[in-house]
Ligand binder design. Structure first.
Ligand code: PEP
Length: 255
């Protein structure tokens, strides 16, 4: 089955609304043949409305939030709801990023609530999973990923999986400059797909887009995207430069 590549920038806590204007001017002038690839810009809550406005209606480029509350509304100071994100034209929500898990204590149960809330609001989750180096070296890789997938996707139907993107991000490769080798990424993503098959059946497993994330750069994007189970990227550091992100997107178009 052919799956359309999806390449997402995770700006993290970078890029102010004014900086987004400069970035998107350059990026939108540099990306090529975008129709062949879904492109997503993951901005902070404050920058998101500006990014959505600057991108405008664009069949290839969407915006993502980097987190969201699972609560609908009410006394949750500092939180942002699905309705608020929907209101400003948010398409995707990045959920369960390793920084949310490790720095803010998010576990699979809360991530699962967020996945449900995102889908209920008509947006698409980009669900991040990944193991630490200690877990990989300790032989826990498969257990960790299976637990994250089954917990974060609890009570999700096969039909709902059509709107979910999985981002496999080995924690040891995020922001470290150490990229998983194409073999490591491919083997692990094949395993992730096999878990999706156990949970949802072969058709869903074959259709689900699985991104790789962890020190992706223009120089390694083409080779990684050549792997059969890698359907795109979630990119942090290299996506802070619009020209470098445009080159990574071009790799998706070439692949
Ligand atoms: C990320 O934060 O999702 C990420 C993959 O970061 P980097 O590309 O910098 O490793």
């Amino acid at each position: 089955m052919s799956r359309k590549p999806i390449i997402a920038a995770n700006w993290k806590m970078n890029v102010t609304p004014s900086e987004a204007a400069t970035y998107l001017d350059t990026f939108l002038a540099n990306y090529t043949e975008a129709q062949a690839t879904d492109i997503v810009i993951g901005a902070s809550f404050v920058t998101l409305p500006k990014a959505a406005e600057l991108i405008g209606p664009n069949p290839a480029v969407s915006v993502a939030a980097q987190n969201m509350s699972h609560e609908a509304s009410g006394a949750f100071t500092g939180e942002t709801s699905a309705a608020m994100l929907n209101d400003i034209g948010t398409d995707y929500v990045i959920l369960g990023h390793s920084e949310r898990r490790s720095l803010y204590g998010e576990d699979d149960a809360v991530i699962n609530k967020k996945v449900h809330a995102t889908l209920a609001a008509g947006m698409k989750p980009i669900l991040c999973i990944g193991e630490s180096l200690e877990e990989r070296e300790g032989g826990q890789l498969e257990n960790v990923l299976r637990t994250q997938l089954s917990g974060s996707l609890a009570d999700i139907s096969a039909e709902q999986m059509a709107d979910i993107v999985i981002a496999y991000e080995p924690v040891w490769a995020i922001g470290t400059g150490v990229t998983a080798t194409p073999e490591q990424a491919q083997d692990t993503q094949k395993f992730v797909r096999s878990v999706l098959e156990e949970l949802f059946g072969g058709d869903v497993a074959a259709a689900t887009r699985i991104q790789y994330g962890g020190s992706v750069k223009p120089g390694n994007a083409v080779e990684l995207l050549g792997c059969p189970d890698i359907d795109g990227f979630l990119v942090g550091g290299a996506a802070l430069d619009p020209e470098s992100f445009a080159q990574i997107v071009a790799a998706g178009t070439a692949g």
